[in-house]
Design a protein around this ligand. Sequence first.
Ligand code: SF4
Length: 177
Amino acid sequence: MSPKILISACLAGFKVRYNGSDKPLLDATLARWQREGRLVVCCPELAAGFSTPRPAAEISPDADGAAVLAQRAQVRETTGADVTAPYLLGAQLALETARRHDCRFALLTDGSPSCGSQLIYDGSFSGQSKPGSGVTAALLRQQGIEVFSDRQIAALVARVSEYERQAAPPAADADGQ
Ligand code: SF4
């Protein structure tokens, strides 16, 4: 069985980041998965209606994506605008996309208030990061999807290989039984 992988659109080479850039991830296994039709490209923020470019946004200090999901924290732009609702919508739409395509794994751009899965910025808009997840990564994890950051591609490849081995039917005996 070949599981599908939800991938951040900016990692797949689409210029959808807040500043109009992409963050392409070049990797031989990713390229093969792409040829095999196993990558499902998603940008939660564009799905929620944001355009590119857009103001940078960060999650409230001392909070992370899980706190936003629990309605204990907000996401704010540099302008001060509260954009919590569209970030929650983007997370929900990403989850629906993952489920529609039966994605067991996600490979997401670290540092983003949506896609970050190991690091996010600390809410002070001073360029300081801290351990934590963005809103989409937190929701996907809560719903059982295994999330990896762009810095964990080797770990993702190893985990997908293990999953495929476990899901493979047992080899038939010599007499075909
Ligand atoms: Fe990339 Fe995710 Fe930000 Fe979209 S929301 S630009 S996919 S990091």
